[in-house]
Design a protein around this ligand. Sequence first.
Ligand code: NAI
Length: 377
Amino acid sequence: MKEIVLDHAINQQGNSTGDSMEWKELNIPGYERVVEVIEPAVGLHVFIAIHNTSLGPALGGTRIYPYTNHKDALDDALRLAKAMTYKSAIAEDGLGGGKAVIIADSKTQKTEKLLLAFGEVVDRLQGSYIAAEDVGTSPTDMTVVRRKTKYVAALPTHLSSGDPSRFTAYGVFRGICAVAQSLWGSPKIQGRTIAIQGLGNVGAKLARLLFWNGANLVVCDVDPAQTGSLAKLYGAKIAPPQQFETTPCDIFAPCALGGVINEKTIPQLQCAAIAGAANNQLAHADLGQILQKKNILYAPDYVVNSGGIINAAQEFEPGGYDPKTARDKVYNIYNILLSIFETSKKNAKPTSLVAEELAKHNLDKKIGKRTGSLHFH
Ligand code: NAI
């Protein structure tokens, strides 16, 4: 990795954060552009990774997390940006892949000044990266970022697409129906036991959809109050967050953080399938093959959780945001997953590899490439 320090060049652009902003271009093979920006005056330390913009500008969430070291933060930005490229390539939404990762505790260190400085950084990328909410940021935070740059999506305004989690949850629900169809010959989930890990924005909405469709739920969250109130609402069983992966169920739905499918958890899994919202569920790509050998059907995370990005992409259309178009596209996640499952069976390949090949095919052939310009509202 080669670093080029460009702080002087940036300061010449006359932005308000002034001389103290340190801007480094990191030369990382396979990525179009990766920047590390530090603004000590406001406590900003951010990595923005732009993985691939061959189908459109990179849209990806802004994560605020108290990483214990810089390498973990950079690695997360790189892995998440690449997953965004694949997600958008398969969704054919005319966007590329990118991600921003800010090293900070979102509960104690997320200040207005920090968000404004981040907005300046995004603005200087001139639209090659478009920010949105993610773990540690909210749509309201994004309205602060918007004061410094127009390159922000999923805002809580009437012209924007709003909180993406309702569409992400619906997409995961459709993914779970596709799993049911593939394993049991019917998309109905009535009577099936589904274990949801993480009851935040997506997990709680998913629980609601599953409940009304007749599923039995087992739930957990590190927040006991959230777990208790949701379990009461939907008659769900509660299992402790430690080793939740070992909960016996038909489908395990990871909706908290990534890396939950790893060498330690795989031997303990007691599910027929995995389909959830969390990004980067597999600790590394080879685990897809081990899941296949164990006969556990894995719905690739960046396909099953693409509802949010599909919804956000709608706001750039010339006619403006239309939730009904977004809903119909998210509905189709079911068919995309079924075709991945079928190819996996036919060619005896892990579903994770089939999804990666599909994403690469769309990137190579420029399938779904954006033709017009984006309309910002
Ligand atoms: P969130 O931050 O609202 O919810 C996450 C929940 O998981 C929180 O309630 C938290 O207390 C809980 N949690 C954290 N660690 C846990 C653990 N070890 N065990 C059990 N629960 C734990 O996040 P959100 O928006 O619901 O997203 C969930 C996941 O889905 C994240 O990985 C996110 O990157 C991914 N995702 C979210 C999208 C969205 O539209 N919000 C879109 C695509 C992916």
